[in-house]
Design a protein around this ligand. Structure first.
Ligand code: 13P
Ligand code: SF4
Length: 297
């Protein structure tokens, strides 16, 4: 199957992008594995005709918005991020009407319609930098309430967070962090900013998924407790064979990120289906928000 995927990739001039939460074999076949920000940049930079996006819907939509002339395929049809659907464009318009002087920042885990209604996007890697780059003092932050609260702690601006959440990260508890530390007293605790504030308070660091990867490589620690989706441990172990990684919870599994496998990647290359497309009107507006984010250093 791997041979066939490689041959078809050449034939169709395709690139395979995979999020850090994808299963090991999919990460291994991908041309690029990364966090949401890195994958957005990779999608914007590629000159291939076809993008096979191993991730969830909003990621493939972002790729399609950035490269409307390319064929973008999401191998696992229906792989979605539930948090992205926790606010609608109508709801965002209502919040904007209530705070007319505020800028609207949307986490990239959002629908294309919500991106179109926002001033700028951000990811967990650049949320603070994006918010600080804006002129407005008040910032509406959607949809992730935990990331909104995390950003609020690291900026002087007033953040008005929406109440969405990621079910994978929101269910970690402070007791789980304390128990993991008891079991692995020498380990550093790295958690994702989508976790609750009381969980982040007990961790050593909060990073995006690729931020965790960079930290693990440069840290002098040799053991790490990882507070994000378990797929991240595959990459961490592969890149750091001499270090030890323990999941903060074995139950931290994003069902939608696990819907892609090699069979679906092969089928996607054979059929170039299911494609992800965004209407031109929404796409043009959403592109402004994404490109504005990509311009923030
Ligand atoms: P990052 O990989 O950008 O940290 O995002 C985590 C996530 O939950 C993506 O859906
Ligand atoms: Fe969405 Fe959470 Fe899954 Fe990421 S891990 S895709 S935020 S549900």
């Amino acid at each position: 199957m791997i041979e066939e995927i490689r041959a078809l990739k050449e034939e169709k001039n395709a690139v395979i992008l995979a999020h850090n939460y994808q299963i090991g074999p999919v990460q291994d076949i991908a041309d690029y594995v990364g966090d949401s920000l890195e994958l957005s940049r990779a999608a914007a930079a590629t000159d291939c005709d076809v993008i096979i996006f191993c991730g969830v819907d909003f990621m493939a939509e972002t790729a399609s918005i950035l490269s409307p002339q390319k064929t973008v395929v999401l191998p696992a049809s229906g792989a979605c991020c539930p948090m992205a659907h926790m606010i609608t464009a109508d709801q965002l318009r209502e919040v904007k009407a209530a705070y007319p002087d505020a800028a609207a920042v949307c986490y990239v885990n959002s629908t294309a319609e919500v991106k179109a209604e926002s001033d700028i996007c951000c990811t967990s890697a650049n949320g603070v930098a994006v918010v600080n780059s804006l002129d407005q003092r008040q910032i509406i932050f959607v949809p992730d309430g935990n990331l909104g609260k995390y950003v609020a702690r690291h900026t002087k601006k007033e953040i008005i967070p929406w109440t969405g959440y990621c079910y994978v990260h929101d269910r970690y508890t402070p007791d789980e962090v304390r128990e993991a530390r008891r079991l692995h007293p020498k380990a550093e605790v790295l958690v994702h900013p989508e976790c609750r504030p009381e969980v982040i308070d007990l961790a050593d660091y909060a990073y995006s998924t690729s931020g965790m990867g960079k930290h693990a490589q440069k840290s002098i620690a040799s053991e790490f407790i990882i507070g994000t989706e378990v797929g991240m441990l595959y990459r961490l172990k592969k890149e750091n064979p001499d270090k030890k990684f323990y999941p903060l919870s074995e139950k931290a599994i994003c069902e939608n990120m696990k819907k892609t496998d090699l069979g679906k990647v092969l089928l996607a290359l054979q059929t170039l289906e299911p494609q992800v497309k965004v209407s031109q009107e929404i796409s043009n507006k959403a592109r402004r928000s994404i490109e504005r984010m990509l311009a923030v250093k």
